[in-house]
Write a protein that binds this ligand. Structure first.
Ligand code: ADP
Ligand code: MG
Ligand code: MG
Length: 249
């Protein structure tokens, strides 16, 4: 489903990805762990289509199609969703309006009719309740004054409403207390299905107790240096990254 082959990329002349190869079959959750600065967020931005990075070699295939030439909205239309490590604040737009606009834009690209207001409210309320997001929060400007945990829950609400084919979660666990972590993980787990894949980027093993990955990959210096099953995350938790990184160097 998502296949990344020998990806090299740079920003402002600085090489950040150095031959990254990774494949995530449909129905699976792959976790990427790795020290700060190893290029995890960069990878997610490049897959989602942020334009400030230059891909110098390699391919990113989504369901067999090379998506690197597509603009971000075309990638989203094919079912790609990125939950940001640092969600953007938009002072002039209420959260409610943002969600509705995003859902209707997606329906338009699929040739479906716009949601009626009453239907939108019903769908949004049900999804928000499950993520412990209050109606008051949805009336506030997008992410403005939201706590770290509220921003992360809102990212998962967006993902729930947009029902992507492939979701990338970049440190969605950072800033969450243990209860919020459970709420967010339940939201992600509810979306797991045979047709859907996920890439879960995290610093800590703890998230993977709740979102059980099929595979775990360690990233260092812009490439995957070790892959394994869920046990690899436990091993990292115990011993840290240092030995694995040193052995790969
Ligand atoms: P991670 O998410 O694994 O912590 P990042 O992808 O955020 O890592 O960053 C990888 C490396 O790329 C870091 O060394 C970071 O400083 C560098 N980097 C990211 N963005 C830029 C930029 N705009 N200009 C220069 N270097 C950058
Ligand atoms: Mg980081
Ligand atoms: Mg990051």
């Amino acid at each position: 489903m998502l296949e990344i082959r020998n990806l090299h990329a740079e920003i402002d002349g600085k090489k950040i990805l150095n031959g990254l190869t990774l494949s995530v079959p449909a129905g699976e959750v792959a976790a990427i762990m790795g020290p700060n600065g190893s290029g995890k967020s960069t990878l997610s931005y490049i897959v989602a289509g942020r334009s400030d990075y230059t891909v110098t070699a390699g391919e990113v295939l989504l369901n067999g199609e090379d998506i690197l030439k597509l603009p971000p909205h075309e990638r989203a239309a094919r079912g790609l969703f990125l939950a940001f490590q640092y969600p953007v604040e938009i002072p002039g737009v209420t959260t409610h309006t943002f969600l509705r606009t995003a859902m209707n834009a997606q329906r338009k690209t699929r040739g479906e009719e716009e949601l009626k207001t009453a239907d939108f409210i019903k769908i949004m309320r049900a999804a928000a309740d499950k993520l412990s997001i209050s109606q008051e929060m949805l009336r506030r400007p997008l992410n403005v004054g939201f706590s770290g945990g509220e921003k992360k829950r809102l990212e998962v609400l967006q993902m729930t409403l947009l029902e992507p084919r492939f979701g990338i979660l970049d440190e969605t666990d950072s800033g969450l207390d243990i209860d919020a972590l459970r709420v967010v993980s339940d939201g992600v787990n509810a979306l797991r299905s045979k047709e859907r894949g996920f890439l879960v980027i995290t610093h800590y093993q703890r998230l993977l107790d709740y979102i059980k990955p099929d595979s775990v990959h360690v990233m260092s210096n812009g490439r995957i240096i070790k892959s394994g099953g869920p046990d690899l995350a436990l091993e990292l938790e115990k011993h840290g990254y240092r030995d694995i990184v040193a052995n790969a160097a």
